[in-house]
Design a binder for this molecule. Structure first.
Ligand SMILES: Cc1ncc(COP(=O)(O)O)c(C=O)c1O
Length: 455
């Protein structure tokens, strides 16, 4: 189909919410309508989304963290167009091409020497699945440990490592051999590792659900314990990778040298599904140990040539545009400018983050606003955060998210090319929205009642 036909097809497409509800997921469309997020999106650029009325929205949700280099980044697009125009061979399957090796080399050049091999996938959860399978085969052990409240994707293996009941209940039985330990508790971890039957410990360096940073010394200690008991140390960088936390990879903050590192999301600039498992040579050689076992794990579409071209362009973009440093600087500024909210509003419990992975947590105020808080939270725990997310969107045209089911936490994962003005806009809008939500006007009460009905 030519570009012109696509354009006219889109122009005559009609009501996409109605079609989505009819053909894809009606409950999702109900949610969007209830919270007033059912806009017709027509265009995007960097950290902005535009609706069909020409309104500009500041996108701080960033496609759940896949637009680190900004939406419709022109340089990533050029690389994709060039790859298409070159008519590269694509997946030969029984043959190799140049682009996957080039991206693998580029990734390994930016990670510790311990990581020497790359297995490409098409998503984050598949990269985690690869870590689980290869970790088991390489160690000859079956158990897998992960952290409570951890998130690693929604396919059955990754889900078995998930630390949140709302994702796992209804989908059991999950895989055997999976256990969880509290995030930050080295004693609990050691109690589990001591039996020397744990293949891998899978952990996010900063937990995405709620944005929880590790206590000092935790990740370094976890790595040391893993080495001591022969367990592979798997650091899930799917959300934190590619500059999100102010370093290319979050594990750099603590000088870690993991054995397994799943990555995905931003690697292809948000254009093409992609994922990868970076691993030590020892793990790889233990699994792919003979010609007979050369095909032990993989999938038809991975590595995808367009994803590889976009990946190479994304690494280049992050570096030439200084986006990793920008994430560190803007993240520090955002923290500094939002920390006073904790003193200014009783309802603000905490403000935390690393780079441009940032969250504000709300809690029951001791004095003023206590009754409203109780009323709202009784309807549905975490609902107060919606009372901030919704007006930020409808009144200030800022897209953000609640950081997890039943959590009174608002989270942002913006493009790292976010402007200084965008930061100002967000900080001002947040202050006035929290102030208003605390008083809970009647319209918001109505909203809260409706929203509770969707849960
Ligand atoms: C830490 C982490 N791991 C894995 C995943 C799963 O990635 P995907 O949605 O690409 O399957 C996510 C997704 O949010 C994530 O945040």
């Amino acid at each position: 189909m030519s570009a012109v036909e696509l354009k006219s097809l889109l122009a005559g497409a009609g009501d996409e919410h109605e079609r989505w509800a009819r053909t894809i997921n009606p409950q999702f469309v109900r949610v969007l309508r209830t919270i007033g997020f059912d806009r017709t999106w027509v265009r995007a650029d960097g950290a902005y989304l535009y609706d069909d009325d020409g309104n500009r929205y500041l996108d701080l949700l960033g496609g759940f963290g896949m637009y680190n280099v900004g939406r419709n980044n022109p340089r990533i697009r050029s690389a994709l167009v060039e790859a298409l125009e070159l008519e590269t061979p694509g997946s030969v399957q029984l043959g190799v091409t140049a682009l996957p090796g080039l991206l693998a080399e580029a990734l390994l050049a930016r990670t510790p020497a311990r990581l020497e091999r790359v297995l490409f996938t098409s998503s984050g959860t598949e990269a985690v699945e690869a870590a689980l399978k290869l970790g088991r085969a390489a160690t000859g052990r079956t158990r897998v440990l992960s952290a409570e409240h951890g998130f690693h994707g929604l396919t059955l293996g990754s889900l078995s490592a998930n630390g949140n009941a709302e994702f796992t209940e209804r989908f059991g039985p999950l895989l055997p051999g999976f256990d969880r330990v509290p995030f930050g508790d080295l004693d609990a971890l050691e109690r589990q590792l001591r039996t020397e039957d744990v293949a891998l410990f899978l952990v996010e360096p900063v937990q995405g659900k709620g944005v929880h940073l590790p206590p000092p010394g935790y990740l370094e200690g976890a790595q040391e314990l893993c080495r001591r008991y022969g367990t592979l140390f798997a650091v899930d960088e799917v959300q934190t990778g590619f500059g999100r936390t102010g370093r290319m990879f979050a594990f750099e903050h603590w000088g870690l040298e993991p054995d397994l590192v799943p990555v995905a999301k931003s690697l292809s600039g948000g254009y093409v599904p992609v994922g990868a498992l970076l691993m030590s040579r020892a793990v790889h050689e233990a699994v792919f140990d003979s010609m007979e076992n050369a095909f032990s794990h993989g999938s038809t579409f991975a590595p995808n040539e367009l994803a590889m071209a976009a990946g190479l362009a994304t690494l280049h973009e992050l570096e030439t545009e200084g986006l990793v440093e920008r994430s560190a600087r803007l993240g520090a500024e955002l923290l500094e400018r939002t920390r006073p909210l904790v003193d200014d509003f009783e309802v603000v419990r905490d403000v935390r983050g690393l780079g441009l992975m940032w969250a504000i947590e709300f809690g029951e105020p001791a004095r003023s606003g206590r009754l409203s808080w109780r009323l709202i939270e009784r309807m549905q725990p975490g609902l107060f955060a919606q009372l901030v997310v919704v007006p930020l969107f409808s009144e200030h045209h800022i897209l953000s998210q609640v950081a997890g089911h039943r959590l009174a936490v608002l989270k942002v994962l913006p493009a790292l090319c976010l402007g200084d003005d965008d930061l100002d806009e967000f900080v001002d809008a947040l202050r006035s929205t929290v102030k208003a939500a605390r008083r809970m006007p009647r319209s918001l009460t109505r909203f809260a009642l409706t929203a509770a009905g969707i849960g």
